[in-house]
Design a protein around this ligand. Structure first.
Ligand code: SAH
Ligand code: SF4
Length: 411
């Protein structure tokens, strides 16, 4: 049912999106410049016999003024513009559905891969403060996810495919551009202030494209975002946390969700491969690789609150012990239910009691506000119903149906 509901709303918006991004009909595929890092673009211009600084010029047009038509790039010679038009393009992923909520939350569904049925979601959540200045974009890194955490709807879809750098940065491009449609080119700015890699997928299992896209987020010729405002969230792929530390300086969030191995093995199965001791040690190494200007003064610990499962006071006390030598800020996330989810959301009182234990122990501990409920846009629990056509989704549905049978026959 839910699948059908989403499909029909996609159909309504499809016309609209067709005008946003026309499919290319050319026989030879053009090189898409959108996801290229500065180094790659410099190399590209050199290969055309051009000066390296052209890379910076084009990047500014694309990522700061949202111009994709080379003819409008007025500081580039007519001859070069013609050359660029022949061999390359600037193309964001196709938007098949978008919804702007009353509370300021915006959501986009993208089709990735020409002619494919793969869909990913991106959500923009504005801060609920007086200025309204903070806009956080929740970006996806994969279609589906292989890791199958027990409370996550993305995991239930199984893994379909990795996103390319242009599909990852394209989500940020589209979100920023959505605020600039009626703004004169010279007046355009970038509206998204924060990025969290907390959409669909495990970013550290799509390492190179994610690092490439994140380097564009930080690059002054592209989005020029502060490294403290760009966060990668991981369920704990230990060797890749170390690799990230060597290549990029961004904020790190760890999806902890359980304070002991027994429970975490159940909720976050990758814990069987990289247990808590190893995970905490890798987070400590990530922080140590700093400099005073680093984004790595602390890690954010994410902890989804599952009613009666991981939300008892003893769990909070275990967490205090586990995190005692790791500078961390803790974010408690009320569970966001999805159809047939085997969990419920912890009560407000229970979450606050849990928070108190952590605050009393000296941790900064916040409770995530749930926003965008009217468009089903909770960050970290995206798409849900729109793309569940993998085998795992089928097995999951069968399992749920069997459980329902058992409950019915017992009742
Ligand atoms: N794979 C990465 C990033 C994507 S998930 C990771 O696991 O960190 C982003 C965040 O949303 C994670 O902390 C994840 O545990 C959380 N999340 C997933 N499903 C959720 C749900 N149903 N309700 C609340 N948070 C959820
Ligand atoms: Fe994958 Fe993250 Fe969902 Fe786990 S919580 S299944 S790692 S997307």
């Amino acid at each position: 049912m839910a699948h059908e509901a989403v499909s029909s709303s996609l159909a309504v918006d499809e016309q609209d999106s067709a005008t946003l991004h026309q499919p290319t009909k050319d026989a030879t595929p053009k090189i898409n410049l959108l996801g290229m890092s500065r180094a790659a673009l410099e190399q590209f211009f050199e290969s055309l016999g051009e000066k390296k600084f052209r890379a910076g010029q084009v990047m500014k047009w694309v990522h700061q003024y949202f111009i994709t038509d080379f003819a409008q790039m007025s500081n580039i010679s007519g001859k070069l513009r013609e050359k660029l038009e022949k061999v390359c393009e600037v193309k964001a992923p196709e938007v098949v559905h978008r919804h702007y909520s009353k509370d300021g939350t915006r959501k986009w569904v993208f089709r990735v891969g020409e002619g494919s049925g793969s869909l990913v979601e991106t959500v923009l959540i504005p801060a609920d403060d007086k200025t309204g200045a903070r806009k956080t974009l929740c970006i996806s890194s994969q279609v589906g996810c292989a890791l199958d955490c027990s409370f996550c709807s993305t995991g239930k879809q199984g893994f379909q495919r990795d996103l390319t750098p242009d599909e990852i940065i394209g989500q940020l491009w589209v979100a920023n551009e959505s605020y600039m449609e009626d703004v004169e080119v010279a007046e355009r700015t970038r509206s998204v202030t924060n990025v969290v890699m907390m959409g669909m997928g495990e970013p550290l299992l799509n390492f190179k494209p994610v690092v490439q896209a994140m380097s564009l987020m930080l690059d002054d010729f592209a989005y020029g975002m502060s490294k403290r405002r760009v966060t990668l969230s991981t369920s704990g792929i230990v060797p890749m946390i170390d690799k990230l530390g060597e290549q990029l300086d961004v904020a790190l969030a760890i999806s902890l969700h359980a304070p002991n191995d027994e429970l975490r093995n159940e909720l976050v199965p990758i814990n069987k491969k990289y247990p808590l001791e190893q995970l905490i040690a890798s987070a400590q190494r990530y922080i140590k690789k700093d400099g005073n200007e680093s984004a790595r003064k602390h890690v954010t610990i994410e902890y989804v609150m599952l009613d009666g499962v991981n939300d008892k006071l003893e769990h909070a006390h275990q967490m205090v012990k586990l995190l005692k030598d790791l500078p961390s800020k803790i974010n408690l996330i009320p569970f966001n239910p999805f159809p047939h989810a085997p969990y419920g959301r912890s009560s407000r009182n229970r979450i606050m009691a849990f928070q108190k234990v952590l605050s009393d122990a000296g941790f900064v501990c916040t409770i995530r506000q749930t926003r965008g409920d009217d468009i089903d846009a909770a960050c970290g629990q995206l798409v849900g119903q729109v793309a569940d056509r993998t085998r795992r989704a089928e097995q999951w549905k069968k399992k749920v149906a069997q459980q329902h049978e058992i409950v019915r026959s017992q009742g």
